[in-house]
Write a protein that binds this ligand. Structure first.
Ligand SMILES: N[C@@H](CCC(=O)N[C@@H](CS)C(=O)NCC(=O)O)C(=O)O
Length: 204
């Protein structure tokens, strides 16, 4: 069974939680306490030399980085809806996976990390980056229901948590109505799971 090294307040881990749930993949959660520095132990560094979460172990296969884990799980347990293999579709999904790691992380995610976890970052810079990042997402989603293609892909799962958690970083989401409508679409999906700061499934 897949072992999933998971820290509860991590949006990167939440991407993995969401896909494991949506695809109903059996797994064992191994809690990792970031305050207790569990992620810097020799055992965890042997799994992931970067000393970060999420990590999954599937037999002898060990994968770290939430985007890489989404790719692995979608290829192994999903179908081409979530991660297409045609050149254009795959590249468009990758474009938004990269956006999750760079723009979404360096804007709203790090502003949140500053406010919730005392992460040493330049807050003004993160807030300015967040404004651009969220505006670009909102503009895209005012023309399309989903980020990369005409349906849910792992690109949506990768960008969702830290965009939707922006208010933890004291960034108002009020100006971004298309983004908020996309949050609701994601939160209505079968298998959607929440975490503190995120929306509930309708009726949940
Ligand atoms: N690009 C990586 C980033 C992983 C990452 O930075 N995870 C955070 C938790 S959200 C972490 O482990 N931080 C601890 C540290 O950097 O020491 C991913 O998407 O998984």
């Amino acid at each position: 069974m897949i072992k999933f090294y998971d820290a509860p307040m991590s949006g990167n881990c939440h991407k993995v939680r969401m896909l494991l749930s949506m695809l109903e993949i059996p797994h064992e959660v191994v809690p990792v306490s970031l305050p207790n520095m569990d992620h810097k132990t020799p055992a965890h560094l042997a799994r992931n030399p970067l000393g970060t979460v999420p990590v999954i172990e599937d037999g002898d296969v060990v994968i770290y980085d939430s985007q890489a884990i989404l790719v692995y799980l979608a290829k192994k347990h999903g179908d081409e809806q979530l991660l297409p293999i045609d050149p254009e579709g795959m590249a468009l999904v990758q474009q938004w996976l990269s956006y999750a790691v760079n723009e979404v992380w360096n804007g709203p995610a790090l502003a949140r990390a500053f406010l919730l976890f005392d992460r040493d970052v330049d807050l003004a810079r993160c807030l300015a980056a967040a404004k651009t990042t969220l505006s670009i997402l909102d503009a895209r989603l005012s023309q399309h229901d989903w980020l990369a293609l005409d349906r849910l892909t792992i690109a949506d799962i990768a960008c969702y948590p830290y965009a939707a958690l922006a208010e933890d970083g004291k960034i108002s989401l009020a100006p971004y109505s298309a983004l908020q409508a996309w949050f609701k679409r994601i939160e209505a999906l079968p298998g959607y799971v929440t975490m503190p700061g995120l929306g509930q499934q309708p009726g949940g």
